[in-house]
Write a protein that binds this ligand. Structure first.
Ligand code: GLV
Length: 315
């Protein structure tokens, strides 16, 4: 008999078909995150689940899915899963790192450059008929990146890939990481020094109780007044109210966010009305190629776990 699995998003026909060869698939069909009630009632009696970062895989869901052997998330982040509780219940939890490292690091650099060179602001200006003169010596001046110091907060796979890209832009790279993972061309510094020396601070650390709100008012106050903050990790790492105050008051020069405390970002957030911030809608891994690889890996991880093998990536 085929194993029974639940899939919470119809993510890629090809890979879902592959999964169907191996398992009986219960698939959430709508083009929206799965309903909580649907999840709770359909996880019952399943052997495995493929979930998205929009699903809260908490104790209630894990208990509803008693008998689950594997949970595979189509994401690198797994802060939406109570992984410890799942593991305690003998469930193998897997994720999709590596395949999204380059696209997410590219996004980090794209945001950094957009904020530094005021690209989005310039686009708005052109569309709003604000470009009046052919060229002007002091028109929309941004910040140079070459020769500047890029600080990386959390040197995992994505942090390292950002560091490599920054090197190609002739930046000096420093980093802070809980475990000092030495990399040849980047200098390890403590958190205080990371904040005070970075011209550009890129947040790539994963969200956990230690990192939640770690970029708070005190951290923002410790940054240079002409620094730019880029967040491609998870929204709750940054205190958005403190960030608003810092941007408004000129404590830092700019920011670029791909992730938010609430997603989609609350349009009542005062951040949305600031000029010196670039806002993108959680697009870190959003390339055609990467999403295909993530889908393949999420399916492969689940199949391997249900066969009793250790998937390539477990958390
Ligand atoms: C995206 O944010 C991911 O965790 O894959």
């Amino acid at each position: 008999m085929k194993p029974k699995v639940i899939v919470t998003r119809n993510f890629s026909g090809k890979w879902i078909e592959r999964l169907k060869e191996f398992a009986d698939v219960t698939l959430w069909q709508k083009d929206a995150p799965a309903d909580r009630e649907w999840l709770i009632s359909n996880v019952k009696g399943k052997d495995g689940a493929i979930v998205m970062l929009t699903d809260s895989v908490d104790r209630e869901l894990i208990e509803a899915g008693k008998g689950l052997k594997a949970i595979s998330t189509m994401s690198v982040g797994y802060d939406h899963i109570d992984a410890e509780y799942a593991r305690k219940n003998g469930i193998v939890v897997s994720n999709t790192p590596d395949v999204l490292t380059d696209s997410t690091a590219d996004m980090g650099m794209a945001l950094l450059l957009s904020a530094a060179r005021r690209i989005v602001e310039g686009d708005r200006l052109v569309r709003n008929k604000g470009w009046k003169e052919k060229w002007k010596p002091d028109f929309m001046l941004g910040l140079e990146v070459s020769g500047k110091t890029l600080g990386i907060y959390g040197l995992g796979r994505i942090g390292k890939a950002v560091a490599e890209r920054a090197r190609a832009f002739s930046m000096n790279v420093i980093y802070y990481s809980r475990t000092d993972k030495r990399v040849g061309f980047a200098e390890y510094v403590d958190f205080k020094k990371l904040l005070s020396e970075s011209d550009f601070l890129v947040v790539t650390v994963s969200l956990n109780e230690e990192t939640r709100n770690s970029i708070d008012k005190a951290a923002l106050d410790a940054m240079k007044n002409d620094a730019i903050l880029v967040n491609i990790s998870r929204g709750p790492v940054v205190d958005e109210i403190a960030l608003y105050e810092a941007l408004k008051g000129g404590n830092i020069a700019g920011a670029a966010l791909d992730v938010y405390t609430e997603e989609p970002v609350n349009l009542d957030s005062p951040l949305v009305n600031l000029e010196n911030i670039v806002l993108s809608p959680h697009l870190g891994s959003a390339t055609i190629e990467t999403r295909d690889k993530m889908a393949e890996l999420a399916v492969t991880n689940l199949i391997e776990a249900l066969k009793g093998n250790r998937p390539k990536y477990t958390v």
